[in-house]
Design a protein around this ligand. Structure first.
Ligand code: GTP
Ligand code: MG
Length: 149
């Protein structure tokens, strides 16, 4: 089963959007397996976004992600990685479709309120990076038979 790492970025926390963002994934029917408020180090932010190290905006990105607490989440479900990316919407919130998180709640790429893993491999990698052993919880929601036949 796929797993994805979703993170409410510091702007989402500061703007009081944590509940709204968690709700989008809950209502869709994915399973929450990890959740915490966390202020990350520069080292962790750099490791998380290591593929973007050569980009001109990288220093700004690291300042942004470390500027306040984030909400770290692990979500599980068949197809969750690609589906979460669709729920989140395009990187540039002005291009993101209405109905998506960024399309509804943000206006600028540098303040796009939420992160989602871009592949199942990165989902696993990022969950292992942001959560310690024992912080991710496997459980069976009672609604499972009402979500999947
Ligand atoms: P994430 O889910 O956060 O990984 O976003 P993404 O997958 O939609 O985009 P990408 O991985 O390419 O970039 C990661 C993050 O870097 C984006 O979400 C933005 O916060 C930031 N970013 C990307 N491009 C730019 C840019 O051109 N300018 C600025 N200031 N930030 C950018
Ligand atoms: Mg990305």
């Amino acid at each position: 089963v796929d797993q994805t790492y979703i993170m409410v970025k510091p702007d989402g926390v500061q703007r009081g959007l944590v509940g709204e963002i968690i709700s989008r994934f809950e209502k869709k029917g994915f399973k929450l397996t990890g959740l915490k408020l966390f202020q990350c180090s520069k080292e962790l932010a750099e490791e998380h976004y290591k593929d973007l190290k050569q980009k001109s905006f990288f220093p700004k990105l690291i300042d942004y992600i470390t500027s306040g607490p984030v909400v770290c989440m692990a979500w599980e479900g068949v197809g969750v990685v690609a589906s979460a990316r669709k729920l989140i919407g395009a990187t540039d919130p002005l291009q993101a479709e209405p109905g998506t998180i960024r399309g509804d709640l943000a206006v600028q790429t540098g303040r796009n309120v939420v992160h989602g893993s871009d592949s199942p491999e990165n989902g696993k990698r990022e969950i292992a990076l942001w959560f310690k052993e024992g912080e991710v919880c496997d459980w069976t929601p009672v609604q499972s038979p009402w979500l999947r036949e």
